[in-house]
Design a protein around this ligand. Structure first.
Ligand code: G3H
Ligand code: 13P
Ligand code: ZN
Length: 313
């Protein structure tokens, strides 16, 4: 089957009260690990590419690898631009064959975010591509996005309704307390579920998106710490909170940090315990296996999207 957009995926997810996993991809082993897990669980997938991943891998390589994954598995897969920051970048990805794009105007004033999002929606809709936008700001650090905790503001429910009505955007990423990276909470993990419920009630049947949703798995933090520089104080979103979010209209849950840690833990272990090893396959294969394991766990035990591929074929 060809690459698909996220419209039907989210409709099914909303009705079934589960979320589709959206996993960041940067190279072949990451794609293979994720896809192999999804295949085992008959799950639909969103594979997402950030601006940093495009720069790192060259977008053609990632697209061709995703096409290879479809050819091999026949899974329903959406190829999505993560955190697009301009109309030009979204247009480029749409023209390149992406089936879904995110326009992240969350750092802009409300009216400018609306104007930019509308521009992308108009271009994308005509080409059958779905669009995600963001309202409210997440704290955290990535290559291309850096928002300090003080600047992070949660999504206003009434503004969310106005934003969706005026832009016609297909899905909306909201800020309710998650953040990007390995340090999501300094104290107890806490998400604003009252706010999520309010947004969800005001936007019935509408798919919401949760960014910064890695759980920061202690097993991998410990392995990374054991075999390399420490990652002290890392703390993620508890899995039961993600499961609960999926019952309040969250249809897409983004994960990158957990994949990075799972892969790095395996690579560090091989290089530390077999210091004379220099065949990249000897450490990349265990990295890929860890990615498969963590993704399968999330699909089956956390997001509940196992079996979601069957309806979409
Ligand atoms: O939220 C963004 C992802 O974690 C991508 O990070 O910009 O370093 O590729 P990146
Ligand atoms: P994490 O850093 O929690 O994995 O979030 C990833 C993300 O939101 C990608 O857009
Ligand atoms: Zn994100």
């Amino acid at each position: 089957m060809p690459l698909m957009n996220t419209v039907q995926m989210f409709k099914d997810a909303y009705e079934g009260k589960y979320a589709i996993g959206a996993f960041n991809v940067n190279n072949m082993e990451i794609i293979q690990g994720i896809v192999s897990a999804a295949k085992k669980e008959d799950s639909a997938l969103i594979l997402q590419v950030s601006a940093g991943a495009r720069k790192y891998a060259n977008p053609i390589y990632l697209r061709k690898l995703v096409e290879a994954a479809i050819e091999e598995t026949d899974l329903p897969i959406a190829l999505h631009l993560d955190h697009g920051d301009s109309f030009e970048l979204c247009k480029q990805c749409i023209d390149d064959g992406f089936t879904s794009v995110m326009i992240d105007g969350s750092a802009l004033p409300f009216e400018e975010n609306i104007r930019l999002t509308k521009q992308v929606v108009e271009y994308a809709k005509e080409r059958g591509v779905s669009v995600e936008a963001e309202l409210g700001k997440l704290a955290g650090v990535e290559d291309e996005v850096n928002v300090s905790a003080e600047d992070a503001t949660y999504t206003d429910p009434d503004q969310a309704v106005e934003f969706v009505e005026r832009t016609g955007v297909d899905s909306l990423a909201i800020a309710i307390g998650t953040s990007h990276g390995a340090y999501k909470f300094s104290g107890e993990p806490k998400l604003d579920f009252a706010r999520l419920e309010k947004i969800s009630n005001l936007l019935p049947m509408y798919p919401l998106v949760l960014h910064g949703a890695s759980s920061v798995i202690p097993e991998y933090v410990e392995l990374c710490n054991k075999y390399g520089g420490e990652i002290p104080g890392a703390k993620g979103v508890p899995e039961e909170m993600l499961r609960k979010a999926a019952t309040f209209g969250v249809c897409k849950i983004n994960v990158d940090t957990d994949l990075r840690m799972a892969m790095t833990a395996a690579i560090r272990e091989v290089l530390a315990t077999q210091p004379s090893e220099f065949d990249p396959r000897k450490y990349l294969a265990p990295g890929r296996a860890n990615i498969e394991k963590i993704v399968q766990h999330k699909i089956r035990n956390v997001f509940g999207c196992n079996g979601s591929a069957l309806k979409l074929k």
